[in-house]
Write a new protein. Structure first.
Length: 75
């Protein structure tokens, strides 16, 4: 899930969309310089949450079984 910043601080830093906290501490929102938006992660920063809506969230999974997806994503 991507969201634009709520605004910017006086020194130009982006402000997260809300004050939600992640399970491991800190904000659930991580700033991405490339898109200039925040992405949602409920747990670790390296684990963005995909809501399952929209083309980008589903484009690589069409025609795959759940077992195949889980095997491919397992660490």
């Amino acid at each position: 899930m991507w969201r634009p910043p709520k605004g910017y601080t006086e020194d130009g830093k982006p402000i997260p969309p809300n004050n939600w906290r992640a399970a491991f501490g800190g904000s659930v929102w991580e700033w991405d310089e490339g898109t200039e938006e925040f992405y949602l992660h409920l747990f670790a920063v390296g684990q963005p949450d995909f809501v399952g809506r929209g083309e980008l969230a589903t484009c690589g999974f069409e025609g795959m079984s759940a077992d195949h997806i889980l095997d491919a994503c397992a660490c």
